[in-house]
Design a protein around this ligand. Structure first.
Ligand code: ATP
Ligand code: MG
Length: 367
């Protein structure tokens, strides 16, 4: 390892500020995984009009919502799949608002016993949108209760115990279940088959990200130059949550970089964004330090791969879930990483990105 690090110093590869000598065990649990950001509520879109991008999803859902409203029925159950921060929770709330329906929220780990689910379902009113986050983590007994609730709008309830126990069926109001997951592969097929509508989120393109930056900057009353907005949009992993957080950090740096004339309304220029990105160690592809470390570990320790997810997760000091849900989708989308049946492999682009000067050199370790 020490030998490789030395080679890294000699390679001419420019280490971004603050990265020299960093240790691979230094993975902190990323704040982006902790769900809600501070100040996020004001930025969260309430209606389709404010929910930017994901055009296909919006167009289809608008049709289904209008049709359900015209028929006076509840909307079919909705399954939302996609990496963190792309807007699943937001969309569920928007759907409830568009339907003019009540919105109830829980997450699968919070439902410990069937009575927790029954407690919510017996209080839903007609057409309520009931959102269950992380639906891949439902306990089997709760999942079974949900099947009947989704299909027949009834609850199976067991009264008594032992030989005298009997099941009664309690009717509930027709509601819409919205289930969200970052791991569609972990949801059982009986559950998936009970959702009438499935929406798969993709990373936002630069145009949509730019529109999100402008909208958020407008709400936060932060003046921003066009090229600054464009650069921010490109540097945020195609993820609205990330771009909103970046915008707030850039606003902070803007305040301190506006020497002599500190004002909370300092205009964000391209230079402020560039300086902020460098201080936050975000590179031109929008990769953060941890992303680069993952690629670097695969290259340095596993000759570019393949390496199994469990082994890789241990090497980076993260859980397999965090690796698979947060880091990998963007690295794959950016063309830097591949999932193969034998494990994870970096691509030629990853070598090029981490070490442009040695591009094309054959075999061996690059650092
Ligand atoms: N289409 C959008 N347009 C504008 N802003 C958006 C959009 N989608 C999401 N956002 C912003 O990004 C933030 C994160 O979105 P949200 O919490 O809905 O993501 P999520 O997919 O539920 O993530 P997780 O899997 O971590 O729960 C929202 O608070 C909102 O401010
Ligand atoms: Mg969410």
């Amino acid at each position: 390892m020490a030998k490789k690090s030395k080679a890294a110093d000699d390679s001419g590869f420019k280490i971004p500020p603050g990265m020299a000598g960093e240790s691979f065990s230094g993975f902190a649990r990323p704040e982006k995984f902790s769900g809600e950001d501070e100040g996020d509520a004001v930025l969260r879109p309430r209606r389709f009009q404010e929910f930017l991008g994901q055009k296909q999803i919006k167009e289809n859902l608008s049709v289904f919502i209008e049709a359900a409203k015209a028929r006076g029925e509840s909307l079919d159950h909705l399954f939302l799949i996609g990496p963190p921060g792309l807007g699943k929770t937001t969309l569920a709330q928007v759907v409830a608002n568009e339907l003019g329906a009540e919105f109830k929220v829980t997450s699968a780990p919070a439902l410990e016993k069937p009575k927790d689910l029954a407690g919510i379902l017996t209080t839903v009113t007609e057409k309520t949108v009931f959102f269950i986050d992380e639906i891949h983590r439902l306990k089997p007994a709760i999942e079974e209760m949900l099947y009947i609730a989704m299909e027949d709008y009834e609850l199976d309830w067991i009264i008594g115990a032992g030989p005298s126990a009997r099941t009664i069926r309690i009717p509930i109001q027709p509601f819409t279940l919205v289930g969200a997951t970052t791991k569609a592969g972990n949801v059982s097929s009986p559950l998936i088959s009970r959702f009438g509508i499935t929406c798969r989120f993709s990373f936002y393109d630069e145009t949509d990200m730019e529109a999100i930056v402008r909208r958020s900057a407008g709400i936060l009353k932060v003046p921003i130059d066009d090229d600054a907005a464009r650069l921010l949009a490109k540097s945020a992993r195609g993820t609205p949550r990330v771009v909103n957080r970046l915008l707030r950090r850039v606003r902070d740096f803007g305040y301190f970089l506006a020497e002599g004339q500190k004002t909370l309304q300092s205009k964000i220029t391209k230079d402020v964004v560039l300086e902020s990105l460098s201080r936050l160690e975000i590179d031109k592809l929008g990769l953060e330090k941890h992303d680069r470390e993952i690629l670097r570990i695969i290259i340095e320790r596993y000759s570019g791969g393949p390496v199994g997810a469990e082994t890789l997760a241990i090497s980076i000091g993260e859980s397999v879930d965090t690796l698979e849900d947060y880091y990998e989708p963007f690295l794959i989308q950016a063309g830097l990483l591949q999932r193969t049946p034998r494990g994870r492999m970096v691509t030629a682009l990853a070598y090029e990105h981490l070490n442009p000067e040695k591009r094309g050199r054959e075999g061996g370790l690059l650092f």
